[in-house]
Ligand binder design. Structure first.
Ligand code: AMP
Ligand code: MG
Length: 398
């Protein structure tokens, strides 16, 4: 049995990368960016008005101004603003030559469309950091600026940045194909009749969802009975068709736990098969022929947690991204005690008024406990008690 940190290191030192591909901008959403994004323009590209109003000279604000031009957005001003003059201007329009501020339309009075008088307070226009209502050229982005680093997980806000930088196509990491096999002669698919001694297959479907969520392409091989020959065959096929193969169930010490032997028969070298973590101690990781296999204990929480802790960062790393779970420090609302500290323990918690409370949790089959919480905490290896009030990391599960 090895500590989780060691297992993680072994796994990460065996990551192989997928290639890259160019996709249309909108299709790059949720992919991993495979190029640094550099701006080819200044943003804004010109001094522009932040408000609807009049472009004028601050020193003229006490006099009535003559309106010499109307400047809508997207129009290049033709007239220079000189003493006593102004141009009517819309938000986003280019500032005309000679103007140094915008007065907002709400703070003006017009006797006719050719004349306007400022009715607001003049002092902010002459203060330090004077009010100008102008977005100055290049104040947000300078041409040549690095806007996004490769490895970014592309979210809607990144799509906006990519569009601003002129990227109609984006270079992203190719998503790995992930084969999913659920072993267990007791398993029945949802929608099929459940007879006595059988249980529903939740892991297969949970894993499909987790793979999708982590940016992989799931390929589902269904339920395979606990027969060595059958499991070996399906693993062979899945290895042929995928970059990663996930197998749920059949990795423990029972008479029908054939998965490690089936992996070896397929030329997979097992790099670890026991990790000091709860749930999920018998998790297997192996590689062979530039393919990776994870054999995960069949209890649904074990599968869920081992995917989060191991498979997800592996998938991200294959695409050139460093998966960092969202985590934040909060105080424990009640003391946590346990008798056996031989493994790191991951438990579901809830947050109430800024404090962490463990949820009712019956162990690794109790998937509802995980489903009713978005957070887990870790009780480290060797730790039997954590005092109330101690600040600990809460990890967001999403
Ligand atoms: P195993 O790891 O095969 O020994 O299975 C451990 C426990 O998880 C047993 O109670 C199984 O019935 C249950 N289990 C195994 N596979 C699944 C699955 N795909 N969905 C739900 N429960 C499962
Ligand atoms: Mg089983």
């Amino acid at each position: 049995m090895i500590p989780f940190s060691e297992a993680y290191e072994i796994m990460m030192s065996n990551v192989f990368r997928t290639g890259t591909e160019k996709v249309p901008l909108a299709e790059s959403l949720w992919s991993i960016l495979a190029e640094d994004v550099i701006s080819d323009i200044d943003m804004p590209p010109f001094d522009k008005s932040a408000m609807d109003g009049y472009a004028c000279r601050a020193e003229d604000l006490e006099t009535e101004l003559e309106v010499i031009e109307t400047i809508p957005a997207g129009y290049k001003p033709k007239k220079k603003v000189t003493k006593g003059k102004c141009s009517k201007i819309m938000t986003g329009a280019m500032i005309p030559e000679g103007a140094d501020c915008i007065i907002i339309v709400e703070e003006t009075q017009s006797s006719d469309s050719k004349k306007v008088k400022f009715t607001g307070d003049i002092s902010p226009f002459f203060a330090e950091n004077a009010r100008r209502n102008i977005c100055f050229k290049a104040e947000d982005i300078k041409r040549g600026d690095l806007l996004l680093n490769k490895g970014v997980h592309i979210k809607p806000q990144h799509i906006a940045v990519l569009a601003t930088a002129g990227y109609a196509k984006v270079c992203v990491a190719i998503q790995p194909n992930v084969g999913i096999i659920t072993t267990g002669s007791e398993l029945v698919e949802p929608g099929k009749k459940l007879t006595s001694s059988k249980i529903r297959n939740s892991n297969g479907h949970q894993l499909i969802a987790q793979v999708l969520n982590a940016g992989g392409i799931p390929n589902y091989y269904g339920i395979v009975a606990d027969e060595e020959e059958l499991i070996t065959q399906v693993i062979t096929q899945a290895l042929h068709e995928n970059d990663i193969v996930l197998i749920s169930g059949g990795v423990s010490m029972g008479d029908y736990d054939f998965v490690p032997a089936c992996l070896k028969k397929n030329g997979i070298k097992i790099l670890f098969d026991k990790v000091a973590i709860q749930p999920g101690k018998p998790v297997n990781f192996g590689i062979g022929n530039s393919k990776a296999c994870f054999g995960m204990p069949g209890n649904p929480v074990s599968t869920f947690i081992q995917f989060e802790l191991l498979v997800k960062p592996f998938i991200y790393a294959m695409m050139g991204s460093d998966f960092k779970p969202e985590a934040f420090l909060l105080p424990l609302g009640t003391a946590i005690k346990r008798h056996n500290a031989s493994r790191e323990s991951i438990i579901p918690v809830t947050i109430n008024e800024g404090k962490i409370y463990p949820l009712e949790y019956h162990g690794s089959a109790h998937i509802n406990a995980i489903a009713s919480s978005n957070y887990v905490i870790s009780i480290p290896l060797g730790v039997k008690e954590i005092a109330e009030g101690k600040l600990i990391d809460v990890r967001l599960i999403q």
